[in-house]
Design a protein around this ligand. Structure first.
Ligand code: PLP
Length: 461
């Protein structure tokens, strides 16, 4: 399908954008110099901008459009629900049908861990709100358990858990902490399990995984085991640069949280709903969480929705514990929940998690790995439908380029110019494509990425 460049629209929107729109995570001086890229429509795995470029969306929007663009049944579900009941709240002993059905559906999709089921869901409108909820929820749990001194939540540097005050504090992004006096008290951080940065000479990835997990034990002992409420982590760190932990990491973390009896919050805002080849990624890594944060893929990003899946050990205490004084106007929004139900049905019908697990995920891994022969590429890694490569100056020693060369940003620009969206996190180039991709789509994407790498290489020589 061809799109026609609309220069007037582009000019008008760029001017209005610069004049009025305060963007998230954006340097506005840089934006004003260049003008925002205006995305006007999307279909399948492609987006179009107002200048008529068709771009393969290797990032599924912002890690969320799992079912791909243009899915009419999701629009229909929203339309029908808006006509029937666009909104009613779920406070003060009222409910509506979509969140009830969705809560039940999610608890069915989540496999039990060691015979314990996920029985309840708390709904929010985003991943950030869901993690804020987690902070309040785990403290409430320990209060009700008669251990109110358990307040500290341990997280990891370079984790991303959202942008609200509490979620940004849980996260380990130094640039976010530097603004607004974060983190708030009661949050401690340990190093991330990033082998390529933190390995010791001669250390295997397996040995490193165990050593990295033990940083959690050291921190628990430093804080005091009776003061620690929970550990929060993403199965694979997404926004931190697709940091895939060694296979030995999670089993050792699991041993440690169980030894000290602390809660495990598994932030699956990116990793759930097929992204790693399972409905929930805890299955992939053998994680046994008490709480699972979700958002993004639950609606394939068509409308905002997030929440926390609560395991029965915590749910029972909360349910019997009287009022939990927490909630959002849009907790259990009927339209968002109706779209989520339609999205989960679609994903199940098309067997998207299964396809990623046994067909397109392994194929993506194989094809992505072929990029390792490029002179700029040091390492390639993938897990399900997330993948990352490291841009290096010297392949043999994996020496990076000087940071101020901003080689990642240069490569990202070449990706756009070539017609594929990739994200740059320092020297890591990452993708998280829509789960509906076929093998032929994967071939197309890898071809585009290689062309963008070549263009970057030409600039640097
Ligand atoms: N947690 C993780 C792991 C995320 O990747 C994100 C967003 O990217 C969030 C939480 C925050 O979600 P939201 O942007 O919906 O608030």
């Amino acid at each position: 399908m061809t799109a026609v460049a609309d220069t007037d629209l582009t000019r008008e929107l760029r001017a209005l954008d610069a004049a009025h729109f305060l963007h998230p995570f954006t340097d506005h001086a840089a934006l004003a110099a260049k003008g925002a890229r205006v995305i006007t429509r999307a279909e399948g795995i492609y987006i179009w901008d107002s200048e008529g470029h068709r771009i393969l969306d290797g990032m599924s929007g912002l890690w969320c459009v799992n079912a791909g663009y243009g899915r009419r049944e999701l629009a229909d579900a929203a339309y029908q629900q808006m006509l029937r009941l666009p909104f009613y709240n779920t406070f003060f002993q009222t409910t509506t049908e979509p969140p009830v059905r969705l809560a039940q559906r999610l608890t069915e999709l989540a496999p039990p861990v060691q015979g314990r089921r996920f029985t309840h869901v708390f709904f929010t409108s985003s991943g950030s709100e869901a993690n804020d909820t987690n902070v309040r929820l785990v403290r409430r749990y320990w209060d009700l358990m008669g251990q109110p001194q358990r307040k500290v939540i341990i997280s990891r540097w370079n984790a991303y858990h959202g942008s609200t005050v509490a979620a940004a504090s849980l996260g380990g992004m130094a640039a976010m902490h530097a603004q607004g006096d974060l983190p708030i008290p009661g949050i401690a951080h340990i190093e991330q399990p990033y082998y390529w940065d933190l390995r010791q000479p001669g250390e295997t990835a397996e040995d490193f995984g165990v050593r990295a997990a033990r940083w959690l034990e050291e921190k628990i002992l430093e804080v005091g085991p009776d003061k620690v409420a929970a550990f929060i982590a993403e199965p694979v760190q997404g926004a931190g640069g697709v940091i895939i932990p060694p296979e030995t990491y999670w089993p050792e973390v699991q041993r440690i949280v169980e030894r000290y009896g602390i809660l495990l919050i598994d932030d699956e805002v990116i990793c759930a709903f097929g992204r790693l080849g399972h409905w929930f990624a805890y299955e992939r890594f053998g994680i046994r969480p008490d709480l699972v944060t979700f958002a993004k893929g639950v609606t394939s990003g068509y409308v905002p929705l997030g929440g926390v899946l609560v395991g029965e050990r915590v749910a029972k205490v909360l349910v019997e514990g009287g009022e939990f004084t927490h909630g959002y106007t849009y907790s259990g929004h009927p339209v968002a929940c109706a779209v989520a139900l339609a999205n989960l049905e679609l994903m199940q019908r098309e067997a998207l998690p299964e396809r990623v697990r046994s067909d397109t995920g392994p194929y993506l891994a194989e094809r992505f790995a072929t990029l390792a022969d490029h002179p700029l590429v040091g390492v390639t890694e993938s897990c399900g439908f997330v993948a990352g490569l490291i841009l290096v100056r010297d392949k043999a020693t994996l020496t990076p380029f000087p940071e101020d060369w901003e080689v990642g940003m240069l490569c990202r620009q070449h990706c756009f110019d070539t017609g594929v969206v990739m994200r740059a996190v320092g020297s890591r180039m990452i993708i998280a494509p829509p789960l509906v991709m076929t093998r032929a789509d994967i071939d197309t994407m890898i071809g585009l990425i290689r062309r963008a790498l070549d263009a970057t290489w030409d600039d640097l020589r």
